[in-house]
Design a protein around this ligand. Structure first.
Ligand SMILES: Cc1cc2nc3c(=O)[nH]c(=O)nc-3n(C[C@H](O)[C@H](O)[C@H](O)COP(=O)(O)OP(=O)(O)OC[C@H]3O[C@@H](n4cnc5c(N)ncnc54)[C@H](O)[C@@H]3O)c2cc1C
Length: 502
């Protein structure tokens, strides 16, 4: 019997597969397409996704391939959110074509030993007490396999979701956004052109040698709602909104996306889990879907690995739904809000756009709040009563004296114990005396100086960071013995495997 089968070799499935392999789990990816789609749905990569790559040691290989833009839009308002104010080593959005992202992810996953079976389509599954029976159709005909867990990363139309009987409530499409990758003989003078008025909305950005992406919404009914618009209609749309067709010709790819948005009612049903678009269908407003999907995978990977390996404490796998479903709901709210701004062009909505535009331009806290939501930097998973205020928050790339930053310590995909007393006084004895078991599975220990100057971290004397970079435990305890005891309790909670003397 296999350990994990992932359906879908898009960005979510590939990143999840890599995370599982990193933890030594045997994983198979079924991908129905024989070849990767060469056309790019997404281009926008937000800071938290770059932090995730950096926390696995592959940040440079992605970031050097893209183009950095210091700000991002909200609902294509004229004033943009300044990402330079975010506390991250990546204070910008990265423009990187989705096929390139997938190619780099697949290379990384394959290097770790992930096996992607292309041309294999999932067709059905049934759950039994201790396994899932998965049926697929491949070049050699139908096949059946058994696995301990099945994860649907198979996009918005997820067949895994349907087979598991998981509901996908939401709204239908009332508007369409169009993207067309085209040649422009007379492109806009600015690298990033956008315009919104009663006739709709147009965004024009260069995406490669001789190629521009024209995207937006038709408010004047020029493009129609049936079938793919022809070149002539695309030009008419541009003229209606922008006053010129920029010399558009030879579209190589035209695609329309409806404004429907839905959220799975459960991210887990027994041995079946969902991640990415399979769990949340979002209108492409603000470039969120790929980012949120990959971040789902980051949350799920180490939890599922711990479960498969048998050391997950009770409830760890269920915490995937508890933590990521609210993030999916919040993202849906954010994109629906932007959808309203991007798809209706009444005088009232245009006035609302103008009010929000002013707020972004004049109220830095408002702009920063939106930037934290859109960038993923603001995601926090909450904490229990009595926990330190940092628990559940994303740990920034803490600078530690004489060594690498926190993200580099996370590269092995393990818990990181930070002793910030400067003398190793926070470390429980069993951790210092033995680097091998009985050390809890996957623990990297870092004893260091208390060098952090960030407000929330200044007084912290020890912290435990999860493999996905969120704070599991932190303490400002001054008494060394009490600190060690609290640390031992926090460490013990990471695993159900009990060690001698614990
Ligand atoms: C026009 C547009 C622009 C966008 N721009 C951005 C952006 O800038 N930034 C951003 O973050 N997001 C953006 N998105 C959203 C982003 O493209 C998606 O959220 C992202 O692709 C989701 O990744 P995924 O891996 O979850 O699903 P998918 O990319 O849909 O991958 C699912 C995979 O599963 C495979 N599959 C499906 N069914 C089966 C089956 N039965 N058996 C086997 N395999 C199967 C599919 O072939 C596919 O490879 C945009 C979307 C659109 C439409």
């Amino acid at each position: 019997m296999g350990e994990v089968v992932i359906v879908g070799g898009g960005p979510t499935g590939l990143w999840l597969a890599a995370e599982l392999r990193l933890a030594g789990v045997e994983v198979t990816v079924l991908e129905r397409r024989a070849e990767r789609d060469p056309h790019s749905k997404g281009f926008t990569i937000h800071p938290r996704t770059m932090e995730l790559w950096a926390s696995r040691g592959v940040g440079e290989s992605f970031v050097t391939q893209g183009r950095r833009v210091p700000d991002s839009h909200f609902g294509l308002l004229d004033h943009r959110m300044d990402y330079g104010t975010l506390d991250t080593p990546f204070p910008y959005v990265l423009l990187l074509a989705q096929p390139k992202v997938e190619e780099l992810m697949e290379g990384y996953a394959r290097d770790l030993g992930v096996h992607v079976r292309r041309g294999h389509a999932f067709t059905a599954s049934t759950q039994e007490t201790d396994r899932v029976v998965v049926r697929a159709e491949g070049p050699g005909g139908p096949s059946t396999m058994e696995t301990a867990f099945l994860v649907g990363c198979d996009g918005a139309g997820s067949a895994v979701r349907s087979a598991a009987g998981i509901g996908f409530p939401g709204t239908g499409s009332t508007a369409y956004a169009w993207v067309a990758d085209v040649t422009l003989d007379d492109p806009p003078a600015v690298p990033y052109f956008q315009k919104t008025n009663e006739a709709g909305q147009v965004l024009v950005v260069p995406i490669g040698p001789g190629l521009h992406r024209v995207a937006g919404v038709d408010g004047a009914g020029v493009l129609g709602y049936e079938g793919q618009p022809a070149e002539k209609e695309l030009r008419a749309w541009l003229v209606a909104v922008a006053g010129t067709d920029f010399g558009l010709h030879d579209p190589v790819w035209v695609s329309g996306t409806g404004s429907a948005s839905c959220l799975a009612d459960r991210y887990r049903s027994g041995r079946v889990l969902l991640a990415g678009d399979a769990a949340h269908r979002l209108f492409p407003a603000g470039g969120m879907g790929l980012n949120v999907g990959v971040q789902d995978a980051w949350n799920l990977g180490w939890k599922l690995a711990a479960t498969v390996r048998g050391w997950a404490p009770d409830g760890l796998l269920d915490s995937y739904h508890a933590e990521r479903h609210p993030v999916g709901a919040a993202t849906l709210r954010l994109t629906r809000g932007q959808t309203a701004l991007m798809t209706t062009f009444t005088p009232e909505t245009l006035a609302l756009r103008s009010v929000l535009d002013d707020a972004i331009a004049r109220v830095p806290e408002f702009s920063r709040f939106l930037a934290e939501q859109a960038s993923g930097i603001g995601v926090s998973y909450g904490r229990g009563a009595g926990d330190h205020p940092l628990v559940g928050t994303r740990a920034p790339d803490l600078r530690l004296s004489g060594g690498p930053g926190l993200f580099a310590l996370l590269v092995p995909g393990r818990y990181v114990f930070l002793d910030l007393t400067g003398t190793g006084r926070a470390l429980p004895g069993r951790v210092t005396t033995s680097p091998e078991p009985p050390t809890p599975p996957g623990l990297v220990v870092c004893a260091d100086e208390p060098v952090e100057s960030r407000a929330g971290w200044r007084r912290v004397r020890a912290a435990l960071i999860r493999p996905d970079g969120h704070v599991a435990w932190a303490s400002e305890e001054d008494d060394d013995a009490a600190l060690r005891s609290a640390a031992a309790t926090a460490l013990a909670a990471t695993t159900r495997v009990r060690t001698p003397g614990s």
